[in-house]
Ligand binder design. Structure first.
Ligand SMILES: [Zn+2]
Length: 80
């Protein structure tokens, strides 16, 4: 896959965290509740859920991604 910003070849990998609640793109972090339980509560803050949410912190979260080392961009398919 070619980088849409600079045209260099991108490296396949994943974006991930360890032992968290999940992996999210949060549009309005100030609106994210400190305690959440459902997908609907998380999505209310303009959030895209990439993996999770998890109610226990015993699993890793990850989603496929491509990295451009040339310009430092990471491309994620968020499935929306
Ligand atoms: Zn690039």
């Amino acid at each position: 896959m070619r980088c849409p910003c600079c045209g260099q070849e991108m490296e396949e990998g994943c974006l991930g965290t360890r032992e968290g609640y999940g992996l999210f793109f949060v549009a309005r972090p100030e609106e994210l509740p400190s305690v959440f339980d459902t997908r609907k509560q998380i999505e209310a803050a303009g959030t895209v859920i990439l993996d999770g949410p998890r109610h226990t912190r015993r699993r890793d979260s990850h989603c496929p991604a491509h990295l451009c080392r040339s310009c430092g961009k990471i491309l994620i398919d968020c499935g929306t």
